[in-house]
Structure formats: structure tokens, C-alpha cells
Ligand binder design. Sequence first.
Ligand code: 3HC
Length: 311
Amino acid sequence: ETPDFLEAFLRRIDAEEKIEPNDAMPEGYRRTLVRQIGQHAHSEVVGMLPEGNWITRAPSLKRKAALLAKVQDEGGHGLYLYSAAETLGVSRAQMTEELLSGKAKYSSIFNYPTLSWADIGMIGWLVDGAAIMNQIPLCRCSFGPYARAMIRVCKEESFHQRQGYEIVMTLAQGTPEQKQMAQDSLNRWWWPALMMFGPHDADSQHSDQSMAWKIKRFTNDELRQKFIDATIPQAEYLGLTVPDPDCKWNEDKQGYDHGPIDWDEFWRVVKGGGVMNRDRIRARKKAWDDGAWVREAALAHAEKRRVRKMA
Ligand code: 3HC
């Protein structure tokens, strides 16, 4: 990769051109995208597990149908994203192997247990709310397939966030016990949701380069701040309080201040020490093993069709 090549590539990025899979690209650009898109896909697929836990226990047919649709959507998001990553020369089997071996990460948020029905509302409201904050700018990512996948994902994500907020609103405006269930859930999910945006900018290993390559359009802290500023008024409307005594409006910065994030917890969970890490990987491994016969049958069928076509 000569300096001229890198310079020409950056000119394309600065000109807001979309980089397509067959275009010449720096190896670091390709590797960053494989890492981020692969981990994003893993997050979608692992993210189906906490919610799946409540499909059989949803309180009404309407809630069950909405949750079923949401979990199905997440699986589809994983498919778009694995396919986008495959355009960069990595196989789904390889990415799955890296997930199951612990080599590849997925969003730390999915290592927390879903203990009550309110958690399903909280996941829609906070987790999908945070995901939307992060995914809207990704619709303008410089890599074409990722940007296009995000446009479809964001359309479905807004339904996820709205149905989650509606669940929490129903509880907050319900009996005192229901409101307490919602507050208890907010207490458990608020800080892990803030951690979804990644380390502070000063500790973010990839941000500078990802911003230069227009993979990221905003830094981790900028998106986290946007999320906090959008979400606190929603909590106040429901009469719920976030578990952060330092959270208060800062007139000068026209945004909310917040207390310190527990990065020791973040890295403990990212490194496998969360309550549900082992369960999540075990469930993914079982799904992969149980699905082996389907993959083999589909490949045998495709081979038969190929041979028939050749004849
Ligand atoms: N969980 C696990 N690992 C995390 C993390 C998190 N919440 N935040 C950061 N990390 C990891 C990074 O992957 C990186 O490790 P790596 O080099 O081994 O990949 C390390 O911490 C340093 O972080 P950086 O800020 O330097 O890393 P990035 O520049 O990649 O930024 C990110 C992290 C903002 C998560 C970015 O990767 C990103 O925008 N990813 C795409 C969006 C995504 O993956 N969202 C996850 C949720 S998807 C979801 O919620 C689906 C919804 O439908 C429910």
C-alpha cells in the first residue's frame, strides 16, 4: 500500500464516495469493517436470547406477537450483517467459530439476565434506543453494503424501541407494583445501556481511525450523550428515575451531566465475567450444532441443482 494509494483512498472517503466490496481498499480498512460488522452481527444474534426467554411468558397475545416479530427481526439483522461482512472475504462459518471460541466480541449488554417482563420493555426502550442512536449514523458509513444494511435495520429498530417504551409506559401507569417493577428494571439496565456505546473516547482504541475512514460519524461519547439527552425526558414523563444521582441538566452544555461509568464492570463483562456470558455462548453453540444437518442438506441440494444445470 503506497502513500499515493492511501492518499487516493482518503480522497474518495473525503468526497463521501461509497466504497464497494470489489474496490481497492487498505487492508486495515477491510479488517476494521470485518471486525465491527462481524461483532455487530453477533450482537444481533446473541441479542435474540434474552428476549426469546420471555416469548412463552408474555402477558398477552398482543405482547407475544410483537416480541416474536422483534426477535425474528433481530435474526434477520444478523443475516444482513453477516452477508455484508462476507463481501469482505470472510465466511459466516469462520465468524461463528470466532464467536463460539470467544475470539470475537458481541455487545456486553446481552450478558445481563431478563428477570421480569419489565426487562423486555427496558430492552426495547433502552437497548434498541441506544442501538438506533448508534445505527442511524452507520447508514452513512463509507462502506456501501454496511450502510445499506443499516437503512433496513433502522426502519425495523424504531418499531422495537416504540413497542418497548409502550410496555414500560403501561407498567409505569399501572399498579404501584407494576411501576416498581419498571423502576427496578431501569435500575438494572441503565448503566449497562450506557456502556453499549463503548469506552470513553480517550480510551477508544479504534475511534480516531474509524472516524477518519468515515466508518464512525460520531465518537462513542458523542452518541452516548445524544442517547442520555433523548432518554432522560422520556423517563421523567413516566415518573421513573435513572439510578444516577449525578444526572442533572447542564445549562451551559445544553445536555445532561452523568456520574462515572463503572468500566471495571464493563471490561469484566466484555471479557466473559458477566452473569449470562456462558449461557449465551452455550445456547449459540447448541444452535450451531443442531443446525449442522440443515446446512449440509442445503449444500447437498445446491450441489445437485448445480450438476443438473451443467448436464
Ligand atoms: N460490548 C462489547 N465490546 C465492546 C463494546 C460493547 N458494548 N464497546 C466497545 N467494545 C470493544 C470494541 O469491540 C473494541 O474491542 P475489539 O478491538 O476487540 O473489537 C474495544 O471494546 C475498544 O472499543 P472501541 O471504541 O475502540 O471500538 P469500536 O471503534 O469498534 O467502537 C462500537 C465500539 C461503538 C460498539 C462500534 O464497534 C460499533 O458502532 N459497532 C456497531 C454497532 C454495534 O455493534 N452495536 C451493538 C448492539 S447491536 C444491538 O443492540 C441490536 C439491537 O437490535 C438490539
